[in-house]
Design a protein around this ligand. Structure first.
Ligand code: IVH
Length: 817
């Protein structure tokens, strides 16, 4: 391809990619698949690599990220980033309006109403039509330079074209993570057993401050702009400014509106009170701003806020509902969190059934009694909270909630350290969720990388006694036969505070009835989400009649369930779940007594386990019915796949194994450092405090963690077993091991054609000698290796930023001496 052809194709590709970005962000439409989109982008990057001089700063390829920022530069804001005064009532708004009228000495002014977006404030500075800097709010006077990360947001213009674009201007807005993206990330994190992100705002602010911009690029952040600043802007009102930045290609939320009177402002507030829940992001109020810039100037500022704008915050919505029961979740660190199970109630656009109670203090503070009518509130967090109790509705004989004293998962007596709010289960060695946490870490991508062992599978293996520690993973190879048919205890089960096992209502109804699909049952239950349990069941019987599916036997079975639940009304209630014992009792009838079933269902975690414990012989027909209660089971393909993954993991390097062991405070980098320094686990174990402290990057806390780890007999035993199974406990001489540290701490980029390396080879070479390869010219670079035909624009930029350029020969000399 000639340069001219390349130029033409690059222009075509850029235009097409920009068009798809626009469709996606501005019009929520897609015309091509992610794969096809990536193909276009790849072709563009390929051409730009081949013809580096054709790479433009505003090329859409610049949005894929790749820059690593260890520390963000602090930058002063040219115009201070102020905050807004808050109001919560109409009276306060009236008072604001009166102050405005008094300040201006006239009623002749107009408000511009916008929603208050719940994200991260950002300031973008454009110079000569291109994005020069993106800076966070920081303390209002100075913030962090997050340009590399912000550039990955695909609908933020990298350059502006058009008439009369000022030489320099600033736009401000709110970066946010659309709720849909947030849910997607959390679903993925849940699948991987990672901690969930609390809310979209925290997720957005965490993402904006990530060190690796290619990770930022994958998280579809978005931004709404609401302010234009600069000298000689040729606009006299905010509405003109907003229309202008819209025209320049900035994303403006279409929810704004102009209001001539406070009455109209109040109408805007009411119009959006409910409707805002349908927007793609969280909003927590309305911002009203004086439209005319001249009038803004007359009003001026207080020390902290403008006098020409104010925020009205919607009150967190609340509702009253009945507390059905409290369950206790045991976290991966052993921390106990009480969760309130509530009678379903509709709140801020969703049905709420659960609320977090945080800890025992919170229950005490609220003075919660069993069966209380409580108020629930939904703020910015995804999990609603209980804010109070309606004492007038409390039953005379209601007892205060008794906090549990033993772990609901393993029965160990709970501990509470002085000064800590949460109770802990001290049984780190064998409490299932704690074991799960350690094993999840062990198999994770960056450790042993056994991706065929997802959370569900690990949990099932723990629950059913196959693994108690990571060392047990490598014994599974000998247990292939026993794994077949094992239940994967998914979300269908729940354990109540006393340890009693519950099963989801949908599974119970699925097993009790015939000829009705699981999906039909789920759909019915979603529709009946707000009905109390017995109404839900009666409604289901109605539905069976309508469906005309084995009416009499199916309705009869649901009758059994209703009667059995009423008979055992003394058992704790859990929304959407029923005690497994009650359901099994219907099936087993005289084959077993209820007492034994109940007993077994307190000890076991699955239907499979309970049946084994009861040891009853079942006729085939009944076995089939009960099978419908079980979760998915391990099948042959799954087992083979898992065992292959386990086998392959034995090849992981010593540094990965060391990281996988989960020694406190040993992250990936520290594991690498220690592995390379000591070369084997024996040498690490034998190291004295002094020897450890001598290593750059090792402190007292780390020394303590290492010594604590090796002081525990069971850890040594695990290591011995893993060694016996062939895992690497000493460093191997392979390509992953750096060849030297000649480039340690150096950030390097190569540009143009090199004699001794192909594109990817130079990257590996730099890393193998301890350096960091950076893919774009920036002032963070230590030097650039100048190859043949390095693009003039790149060269110019490097010169401007003062980044040294060296020849390939000089570079090789530096490494090889
Ligand atoms: S205008 C001087 N408009 O609220 C006021 N701010 O408390 C400049 N915010 O830091 C801000 N939505 O992060 C404005 N439509 C909106 C907004 C908005 C959210 C945030 C912004 C600002 C904070 C002020």
């Amino acid at each position: 391809m000639t340069q001219q052809e390349a130029q033409k194709r690059i222009a075509q590709l850029s235009k097409e990619i920009n068009r798809h970005n626009h469709l996606y962000y501005q019009e929520s439409r897609i015309e091509i698949s992610d794969y096809e989109f990536d193909q276009l982008l790849e072709e563009l990057i390929r051409l730009e690599t081949e013809f580096p001089e054709l790479l433009r700063e505003d090329s859409p390829s610049q949005r894929v990220g790749g820059t690593i920022t260890k520390e963000f530069q602090t930058v002063a804001h040219e115009y201070k980033m102020l905050s807004l005064g808050n109001t919560y009532t109409i009276e306060e708004l009236q008072a604001f309006d009166e102050r405005v009228e008094k300040g201006l000495g006239t009623r002749d002014y107009e408000y511009f109403c916008e929603l208050k977006f719940d994200g991260v404030a950002i300031s973008l500075v454009y110079e000569n039509g291109t994005l020069a800097r993106a800076v966070t709010r920081g303390d209002g006077t100075k913030g962090d330079d997050v340009t590399a990360n912000v550039k990955t947001i695909r609908n933020i213009p990298l350059s502006i074209e058009g008439e009369a674009v000022p030489d320099k201007f600033e736009v401000r807005g709110e970066i946010f993570l659309p709720r849909k993206e947030f849910d997607k990330i959390n679903a993925e994190r849940e699948k991987n057993g990672e901690a969930l992100l609390a809310n979209p705002r925290n997720a957005a602010s965490g993402t904006v401050k990530m060190q690796d911009s290619s990770v930022v690029a994958k998280r579809r952040l978005n931004c709404y702009f609401y302010q234009l600043l600069g000298e000689d802007l040729s606009v006299a009102t905010h509405s003109e400014a907003i229309h202008l930045i819209e025209k320049w290609g900035f994303n403006v939320s279409p929810t704004y509106s102009q209001a001539k009177t406070l009455q109209e402002v109040l109408k805007y507030i009411e119009d959006w009170r409910e409707k805002r829940h349908e927007l793609p992001l969280d909003t927590d109020g309305v911002v009203l701003k004086i439209n005319d810039y001249q009038q803004r100037e007359e009003l001026g500022f207080t020390a902290k806020n403008p006098r020409w704008a104010i925020a009205y915050k919607y009150k967190a919505e609340s509702a009253e509902t009945e507390l059905l029961s409290i369950t206790y979740q045991v976290g991966r660190t052993g921390a106990i969190t009480p969760v309130a199970n509530l009678s379903p109630v509709s709140l801020a656009g969703t049905t709420v059934k659960r609320a977090s109670l945080h800890n025992a203090n919170e229950i005490e503070r609220l003075g919660i009694h069993e069966g209380d009518i409580v108020s629930v509130e939904k703020g910015g967090e995804i999990i609603p909270k209980i804010t109070g109790v309606n004492l007038l509705k409390r039953k005379a004989d209601a007892k205060p909630v008794q906090y549990i004293s033993t772990c609901p998962e393993c029965g160990t007596e709970l501990e509470r350290k002085e000064g800590e709010a949460k109770h802990f289960c001290p049984n780190a060695a064998s409490c299932p969720p704690q074991v799960l946490g350690r094993i999840e870490h062990f198999v994770s991508k960056r450790a042993m990388d056994i991706d065929s062992m997802g959370t569900e599978r690990i949990r099932a293996l723990i629950d059913q006694g196959f693994i108690r520690s990571y060392a047990d993973i490598y014994d599974l190879e000998t247990k292939e036969k026993d794994l077949l048919g094992l239940e994967m205890s998914q979300d269908q089960y729940e354990k109540e505070g006393s340890g009693l096992l519950y099963i989801s209502l949908e599974k119970a109804l699925f097993a009790l009835t015939e000829s009705i699909s699981f999906k039909q049952i789920q759909e019915y239950l979603t529709e009946a989400a707000e009905l109390p349990l017995f109404d839900t069941l009666r409604g289901f019987q109605e539905q069976i009649r309508k469906w005309k599916k084995k009416v009499s036997s199916n309705v009869g079975m649901v009758d059994y369930l209703i009667h059995a639940l009423k008979e055992h009304a003394d058992l704790p209630k859990l929304e959407d779940f029923v005690p497994v014992a009650v359901v099994l009792d219907i099936f087993l009838g005289r084959r077993s007594d209820f007492g034994s079933i109940l007993e077994a269902s307190k000890k076991e975690g699955t239907v499979h386990g309970i049946l084994l414990k009861l040891g009853v012989e079942l006729p085939d027909e009944l076995r089939e019915r009960i099978k419908k209660l079980k979760a998915n089971t391990f099948q042959e393909g799954v087992i083979t796949n898992m065992l292959e993954g386990i086998k392959a993991s034995k090849e992981q390097s010593f540094e990965k194994v060391l990281f996988a062991l989960g020694i406190r405070n040993i992250g990936e980098n520290t594991a690498q450092l220690l592995a390379r320094h000591f070369g084997s686990i024996e040498k690490l174990q034998a190291a004295s405090s002094e020897q450890l402290l001598d290593i750059n990057g090792v402190g007292e806390t780390l020394v303590q963690s290492i010594q604590d780890f090796f002081a525990q007999e069971e850890n040594l035993e695990h290591i011995e077993r893993l060694k016996a199974r062939g895992l690497h406990f000493e460093i191997q001489e392979d390509e992953n091991t750096p060849k030297s540290q000649a480039l340690a701490g150096k950030r390097i980029l190569a540009s143009g054609k090199l004699e001794n390396f192909k594109r990817d080879e130079i990257k590996d070479f730099v890393q193998a000698h301890g350096g960091q390869y950076i893919s774009a010219v920036s002032k963070n670079l230590d030097f650039i290796i100048e190859g043949e035909g390095m693009g003039p624009s790149k060269k110019e930029k490097a010169e401007k930023l003062g980044v040294p350029m060296i020849s390939e020969a000089e570079f090789l000399k530096m490494v090889e001496g």
